[in-house]
Design a protein around this ligand. Structure first.
Ligand SMILES: C[S@@+](CC[C@H](N)C(=O)[O-])C[C@H]1O[C@@H](n2cnc3c(N)ncnc32)[C@H](O)[C@@H]1O
Length: 268
């Protein structure tokens, strides 16, 4: 098994971008012509300034095109195209939604009130994000789609670099598995494995299983379906270490994967 690292991930994304890009750069006036905005000197100047910021942020690369500056997409901006297989548009749209942005203005209030165990989101909206999603189908759809786009990217890197972790398993449960993107990719890759997606009822409502993939609704704080492997998320290293030792495991190993994400193996 090859151990993944950030370089590998970057190379994978860069290669993907290269395959899709055709290598065609565009000059600024062509960009502006292609947009539903007025093509005049003022607009061109505004767009030029915006492109400077976006180029500095590595969302575009610059190249000389017949004495003019041409702009090319970068791997990062390719992830923001809606038709890309690993598109992150849904995720970014959710992050920029006022419902999700508003809580970031409450970080100070949240941190200062250390006795309050709630999150900035529940301070802003009076309840946790999953409770809001349960009551609001539009929000629920937006959140589930955002999680799914993120999961598509993460699981593609995991399968590319860490396939060995799953080999030999007969069953797996993805706890908090959303609409089942991760479990579907695993089930399609390891045909002998039975995969269960476990999530709250409103999240998996309407999701259809198959012979090797089933959806189980429930609350992970009350029970978790049993399986050879359990996918869990969102803890820091100390939390995981404590959990594994209390559960009687002898050791664990952490394989850094993509950004904040890692694969953790635990041993009996
Ligand atoms: C960060 S998202 C992960 C989404 C998932 N990885 C995907 O591919 O879409 C966390 C998930 O945990 C689920 N969740 C939150 N609290 C839960 C609970 N008490 N029991 C079961 N699932 C829960 C949420 O509904 C959400 O789908």
């Amino acid at each position: 098994m090859t151990l993944p690292n950030d370089n590998m991930t970057r190379e994978m994304l860069a290669a993907q971008a290269h395959i899709h890009s055709n290598g065609r750069a565009m000059i600024l006036s062509d960009w502006v012509n292609a947009l539903p905005i007025n093509n005049n000197a003022k607009t061109l100047n505004y767009i030029f300034r915006l492109m400077c910021i976006l180029t500095h942020g590595r969302f575009f690369n610059q190249t000389k095109l017949k004495e003019e500056e041409g702009y090319l997409l970068t791997p990062a901006s390719r992830l923001l195209l809606k038709d890309e297989p690993l598109s992150q548009v849904s995720f970014v749209q959710m992050e920029l939604d006022p419902n999700v942005m508003d809580p970031s203005h409450l970080l100070s209030k949240w941190i200062k009130n250390s006795a309050d165990p709630s999150t900035p989101f529940s301070i802003a909206h009076g309840k946790a994000i999953f409770e809001c999603d349960e009551k609001d189908p539009k929000l629920n759809l937006q959140f589930n789609e955002a999680m799914a786009s993120d999961s598509r990217l993460v699981i593609s890197v995991v399968i590319e670099n860490c396939k060995g972790v799953f080999e030999g398993l007969k069953s797996l449960v993805d706890v908090g598995g959303g609409i089942g993107i991760v479990a579907k990719v695993i089930a399609d890759t390891f045909l002998q494995m039975n995969c269960i997606v476990f999530d709250l009822p409103h999240v998996i409502e309407g999701c259809e299983g198959s012979k090797i993939l089933s959806y189980v609704r429930g609350n992970m704080l009350k029970f978790i379906p049993s399986a050879d492997a359990i996918l869990l998320k969102e803890r820091n290293q100390q939390d995981w270490a404590k959990l594994f030792s209390s559960a009687g495991f002898s050791d664990y190993s952490i394989i850094p994967m993509l950004g904040l994400r890692s694969i953790i193996e635990v041993f009996p």
